[in-house]
Write a protein that binds this ligand. Structure first.
Ligand code: HEC
Length: 156
């Protein structure tokens, strides 16, 4: 492990010294950090997509809340969760990420930009524009997943 990731792991290990932190795999705190970030992203984006598709009743205020949550969550510095050395462990993150971190960061920036735009357009109440921007945002998930996320866990 490089110094940077060792320091990051040590800092997280201190936090995790407290017993019973659900969802966090203590032996892989960095991987858990990024997976927690994407779990929040997924569980915020998913219901918005359900609303746009009519699977759940439309409600402006709720949609606006989710959209601003997604924009806020997106800005969390998940780059920490891709520290050198953390390509190992139980993960669906493909090793290619660490070979082209600039491209990965660009895809992350695209996602953050579109999520911010979604939070803004949500305020308009224009459902056509909202649906279109939700699509744009979803496109940034797909662009990254197609290249950098495996469907199955790579190492068990
Ligand atoms: C810049 C790349 C990137 C973007 C953008 C991105 N993801 Fe991901 N996502 C990943 C990677 C990499 C993983 C696998 C992390 C791991 O297993 O360590 C992941 C994992 C996930 C997971 C599984 C989390 C878990 O519990 O382990 C969900 C759900 C998810 N992403 C949803 C989304 C949604 C929805 C969006 C867009 C709104 C999105 N992601 C945008 C790269 C990205």
């Amino acid at each position: 492990m490089r110094i940077q990731s060792r320091v990051a792991a040590a800092a997280l290990a201190t936090l995790l010294a407290v017993p019973s932190l659900a969802h966090i795999e203590r032996s892989e705190p960095i991987q858990s950090l990024r997976q927690s970030y994407f779990a929040l992203v997924g569980m915020t984006f998913g219901p918005m997509a359900d609303m746009v598709k009519g699977k759940i009743d439309w409600d402006d205020a709720t949609f606006q809340r989710w959209a601003s949550d997604l924009a806020a969550v997106s800005t969390f510095q998940v780059e920490r969760g891709f520290a050198p050395g953390s390509e190992q462990g139980k993960t669906r993150a493909k090793p290619d990420i660490w070979l082209d971190m600039d491209d990965f960061s660009m895809k992350l920036a695209n996602f953050r930009r579109e999520a911010a735009a979604l939070a803004e357009v949500a305020q308009s109440g224009d459902r056509g524009a909202i649906a279109a921007q939700l699509g744009q945002t979803g496109g940034t998930c797909k662009a990254c997943h197609d290249e950098y996320k495996s469907k199955d866990y790579l190492y068990e």
